[in-house]
Design a protein around this ligand. Structure first.
Ligand SMILES: [Zn+2]
Length: 187
C-alpha cells in the first residue's frame, strides 16, 4: 500500500477545496490478466482504470472515457444539489472576480448560464446540477467574468481563464449537449 503518498493531515475542508479546483487525474493500468473488460475506481488522488493490455489506442481511449464518465455520474448522483451562492462567493474571491448580487438555478435548456451585468445577476441551467464540480465551477467563473466583461472579448477570456479547467469543461459540455448548446447568454 502506498500509504506514504497519503497526507493524513488533510482535513475535510482542504479535501473539498482540492476537489473544487481540479478534476481527478486519470491513471490507466494496462493489465495482461484482463481479456476484454475494463474496470475503474476512485482513489484519493486519481481515477484508476484497468484495461486489457495490447488494445488499439483509440479503442482503449474510448473505453477509458466511457468508464470515467460513468464513474463521475455515479459519484455525482450520490451528492446533493450544489449551493450556488456559496460556490460563487468562494470562486469570485479565489479568482478575484466581481461578486454577483444573486445566482440561481433556472430551467433553461438552450444555454448553460446567463447573466445580467447591469443587475449583477446570474442564472445557471438546472441541467448542470449533476455535472462534475469542476465543470459547474467553470460555468460559474465564465458568468462571473461576464459581470465585468459582458462580451467574449480577449479581456473577457483573460478573466474567465483564471479558472484553469475552462477548456476541458467546454469539451465536457459540448459532448454532453451534442454540440447544440450555446455556452451562455449575456443580457
Ligand atoms: Zn459567455
Amino acid at each position: 500500500m502506498p500509504t506514504a503518498l497519503l497526507d493524513t493531515t488533510l482535513n475535510t475542508d482542504t479535501k473539498a477545496l482540492a476537489e473544487e479546483v481540479a478534476p481527478l487525474a486519470i491513471r490507466v493500468i494496462r493489465s495482461p490478466k484482463r481479456r476484454k473488460t475494463a474496470a475503474a475506481k476512485i482513489l484519493p488522488d486519481c481515477i484508476e482504470v484497468r484495461v486489457p493490455a495490447g488494445m488499439a489506442p483509440d479503442i482503449e481511449a474510448d473505453m477509458v472515457a466511457k468508464l470515467v464518465t460513468r464513474l463521475e455520474r455515479k459519484r455525482i448522483a450520490n451528492a446533493g444539489t450544489p449551493n450556488l451562492a456559496e460556490r460563487a462567493a468562494h470562486l469570485a474571491q479565489r479568482y478575484n472576480l466581481r461578486q454577483p448580487v444573486s445566482i440561481t438555478w433556472a430551467e433553461q435548456n438552450d444555454r448553460w448560464g446567463s447573466c445580467s451585468s447591469l443587475r449583477s445577476t446570474i442564472r445557471i441551467s438546472t441541467r448542470l446540477a449533476k455535472v462534475p464540480t469542476w465543470v459547474l465551477n467553470a460555468v460559474i467563473v465564465h458568468e462571473l467574468a461576464h459581470l465585468s466583461e459582458p462580451n467574449h472579448s480577449p479581456a473577457f477570456w483573460a478573466l474567465a481563464n483564471r479558472y484553469p479547467h475552462q477548456e476541458r469543461a467546454s469539451g465536457f459540455l459540448e459532448a454532453m449537449s451534442g454540440g447544440h448548446c450555446d455556452p451562455c447568454h449575456i443580457i
